[in-house]
Design a protein. Structure first.
Length: 142
């Protein structure tokens, strides 16, 4: 249980980094590039998910699995949490608009909404400990 708690804390800290990436890309895309808040969020989410996958792979779960397969599994396993995250974001933007800091606030609330679901699927599916197969014997038994 203690290891799971430690992993959750690491996952949440990396989630804060992911939030920073997410929020920065939204701000740049909306204010600097003229994207709609919805277009900006799709772009920012992809940047954030790539960042959090790599950091969790490296630091939280110390994975050695094949990276491409693991990244795709991370995307798939976190699809439910991502849906929660993006729906909360879209709901806040639809309700309050996209003026000022509202897109950043919506990113934060959406990220918190998806955190537990993403941790559950990441720890139990993507980065689960895989049993190590015993070495094959070259000795032939009669």
């Amino acid at each position: 249980m203690r290891d799971q708690r430690k992993a959750f804390v690491g996952f949440a800290i990396i989630g804060v980094v992911g939030f920073g990436v997410d929020a920065a890309v939204v701000a740049i895309a909306v204010r600097g590039l003229g994207f709609s808040p919805y277009q900006a969020r799709l772009c920012s989410y992809l940047f954030a998910v790539a960042t959090t996958w790599w950091l969790n792979r490296r630091y939280t779960f110390r994975s050695t699995a094949p990276p491409l397969r693991e990244f795709l599994a991370f995307l798939l396993a976190n699809a439910f949490g991502a849906s929660i995250n993006l729906l909360v974001y879209a709901g806040i933007i639809a309700w309050r608009g996209s003026a000022g800091w509202m897109p950043i606030l919506a990113v934060a609330v959406g990220s918190l909404a998806g955190l537990s679901t993403n941790f559950l699927f990441s720890s139990k599916v993507v980065f689960r400990e895989r049993p190590v197969a015993p070495p094959r014997s070259t000795h032939l038994d009669p």
